[in-house]
Ligand binder design. Sequence first.
Ligand code: LMR
Length: 429
Amino acid sequence: MTGNSSQQRLGQISAHLDSNDKMASVFQNVPQAPADVIFSLTAGYKADTDPKKINVGVGAFRTDALKPYVLPVVKKADAILFNDASLDHEYLPIAGQPSYTQAATKLILGQGSPAIRENRVAAVQTISGTGANHTGAAFLAQYYTKSRKCYISKPTWANHRNIFSSVGFEVEEYPYWNPETRGLNYAAMLQTMRSAPAGSVFILHACAHNPTGVDPTQEQWKGIAEVMRAKGHFPFFDCAYQGFASGDLDRDAWAVRYFVEQGFELFVAQSFAKNFGLYGERAGNLTIVAKSPADAGHVFSQIEKLQRSEISNPPAYGSRIVDIVLNDPALYAEWKENLKYMSNRIISMRKQLYARLVELGTPGTWNHITDQIGMFSFTGLHASQVKVLKEKYHIYLTDNGRISMAGLSTSNVDYFARAVDDVVRNVRV
Ligand code: LMR
């Protein structure tokens, strides 16, 4: 290359770089998304160096020593997997392992379910409960033609709106919490169900409502079913806490089973994060209850096709553990004991927190702490009080006043109650 031509070449390169600089980025209109309300709390808690810090943000079980809990039955299933020389790392079927999806479906619908007996159910293994919600929502967005509206409870789990709006549903809310009674706003909930366009999709929490810890009574569920039927609404149950709410797997599945007995077609999203302590393994299931075996089969085929395009094949490890436990009578019995341990610890923390607040004479009534069930308590604390709890006391909870009861222990409940007492007395709402 002559000196002249190499200079020309350099000139071309720098002109090219200049024009590149001037070209607008294809990402220039992407706004910053807000941080996730729940997982950003965990990050804040981890970064906090104060020894008194408390994380009552994320709904994850902790022992009284505030350590994650690996269920003893999960350890046993783990050992079985480890020693199983026949296991390999091949793909699971697109819709997951049938022994797992069938066991999960039986767990939620019950052994004697008419829908199982009549062979009009189908199930697909999903990426935990979030994946089950998403897969069901994505299918409905494509094939459910009665309504584009989907109703979530107010308040609800932070991810429901994201999941259903991301597939194109118009997401509305139905009233759920009554701040006056700190209980269910049943009348307003039914009123919204009555006035919603016919055939709307309603997301219902099967048990241990997140975030309030308030569930409808069986009588109230019957009333909800009546209105849902009259309006032709589609029930989509989200069940993330079976066995956690009452310690009794059947009792916590009552609402879903009642709707099936009443002849509804429905979806149920199941998560094994909480009741198996398998948070990171993402073991979930979506059960479809249809009117006929043919309909169930068609829906299954479409969901399988959808799943192929989204995750191809579900992950094997967590679901294998659940599969082993659900299909072995001795391990299943042991799992129920592990569940009782977890739900009892939570109930005991409710009692201890209530007793401390009463002892301190904290203004207000606190019986909702013991009345509510499941992982969470909806304290009634306001965002301004939550802010002070975080800044002054290093206590991490969502702005709506939800606390994960498992973040409390015999060692921190007193500190927590005193902090609550202070903000209730001294922080203006
Ligand atoms: C929660 O509500 O804290 C848990 O279900 C974790 C999550 O995914 O939001």
